[in-house]
Design a protein around this ligand. Structure first.
Ligand code: FAD
Length: 396
């Protein structure tokens, strides 16, 4: 006999962290799942991301923790450098990245691939996108029309599902007043699993290499209004923002024209009064992007997907019960982690030359202190608190 869950068909838009984790758990709970992804395959590559706190429990329950350990970036050291490239302060890679205990850092693309490999039995449709939603009737860009009981948008910061079911992006995406750019560069300093940070007024630049990467990645965070939408405009804005910067910045900027994976966007958070409307719900960045400055977007996506799938199981597919329950369980966790994003960015990008000078003096002092590990532990503590600010039921 088929159960209510077998008969509930769920369409997920987006095959990245949130969408694929949701697909995994919904399939485990017996639902019929289809994932539609705009890209023609699982998107590989990208920057490094963290899995912390409650999110570790989610991947452990998926049986993926050991594999994730083998994919760790293994960044051994993190340093702040001055305009001449001299080290101002240095520490081990995990402390520098705000990680404690089992927290793991890996490439976003590696995680996406691993999650995808775990979703056998789920129908995937690549190279298509939802064009319209009318109750249970979904029309795709390809012209295909299908019916689903429920639709979940896991399609990221600029979510298509959110725009179709909730309204225009401007209502929900809040620009924090900074831009972020990241792209691959030649590893001309010969970094070996190291991360370097250079801080100037209103602009910060990072360069890192990981175990998986023979090259390096350059990342830029700078105070600015909304970024241009086109690549040429974004590259001009980035070059203007860092004009006159010291350290390796001019050389890194020279490399951006050739970068195959240039990424640039405003640093934003998604804030919504509700993450569900009728038969449609949102998960991950689409619903509650905390911004890359939080370092918690991946963990929010993993935990949110686990909770949404669990509440749907508990309610036997009744979305009118499950969607509000998902939201109630996730709200405090999201609030704690979004607060990290708005707080961290002010420490990552310093506003004035005075702040930069003071910060360098402090870092030099801390670097000389015998108890610098204990001081760092205090810095990491709020991240750990936010990352564990939810109790996950062992079963649903
Ligand atoms: C530069 C940068 C640095 C970051 N650093 C960190 C970090 O250090 N730690 C951390 O935890 N997080 C970090 N993040 C955040 C992290 O990448 C995201 O929070 C996380 O990937 C969210 O997952 P998601 O599945 O919700 O969305 P995404 O990963 O954005 O995935 C959305 C998916 O939807 C697909 N899609 C988009 N539009 C459509 C459509 N119309 N139809 C179908 N599919 C569509 C996309 O192709 C993509 O596959 C960073 C992000 C950036 C940009």
């Amino acid at each position: 006999m088929r159960t209510i869950r077998d008969m509930t068909s769920i369409l997920i838009s987006g095959a990245s962290i949130a969408g694929t984790t949701l697909a995994y758990w919904l399939r485990e709970h017996g639902f019929t799942v289809t994932v539609v992804e705009r890209a023609t395959e699982v998107r590989e590559g990208g920057y490094k991301v963290d899995i912390r706190g409650a999110a570790l429990e989610v991947v452990e329950r998926m049986g993926l923790l050991e594999k994730i350990r083998t994919l760790r970036t293994d960044v051994r050291t993190g340093s702040v450098v001055d305009g001449g490239g001299r080290q101002v302060a240095g520490m081990d890679g995990d402390s520098f990245g705000g990680r404690v205990h089992q927290d793991a850092e890996l490439h976003r693309g590696d995680l996406a691939r691993l999650l995808h490999e775990a979703t056998g039995g789920v129908e995937h449709v690549f190279g298509d996108s939802i064009a319209s939603i009318d109750g249970t009737r979904v029309t795709f860009d390809s012209g295909l029309v299908r019916h689903f009981d429920l639709i979940v948008g896991a399609d990221g910061l600029h979510s298509n599902t959110r725009a179709l079911a909730f309204g225009p992006e401007e209502r929900f995406v809040h620009d924090l007043g900074y831009n972020v750019s990241i792209f691959s560069v030649p590893n001309h300093l010969g970094l070996d699993r190291e991360e370097l940070t250079y801080v100037g007024p209103g602009r910060t630049a990072l360069l890192y290499s990981t175990r998986q990467d023979t090259g390096a990645k350059a990342m830029f965070l700078w105070a600015a209004g909304s970024t241009a939408r086109d690549r040429a405009g974004q590259q001009r804005a980035l070059a203007d923002a860092y004009r006159g910067s010291g350290w390796e910045v001019p050389r890194l900027l020279e490399a951006m024209a050739e970068a195959p994976d240039f990424y640039c966007d405003s640093l934003s958070q998604v804030r919504m009064d509700s993450w569900h409307a009728g038969r449609v719900a949102l998960v991950g960045d689409a619903a509650y992007c905390a911004s890359p400055a939080s370092g918690q977007g991946t963990s929010l996506a993993l935990v949110g997907a686990y909770v949404l799938a669990g509440e749907l199981k508990r309610a036997a597919g009744d979305h009118a019960t499950a969607f509000p329950a998902y939201e109630a369980r996730m709200r405090p966790f999201v609030a704690a982690n979004q607060a990290l994003g708005t707080g961290n960015i002010k420490r990552m990008v310093l506003s004035s030359p005075f702040q930069v000078r003071m910060s360098m003096v402090m870092l030099r002092l801390v670097n000389l202190l015998p108890g610098k590990d204990r001081i760092m532990a205090k810095v990491v503590e709020p991240i750990h608190r936010a990352a564990t600010a939810i109790d996950l039921p062992a079963s649903w």
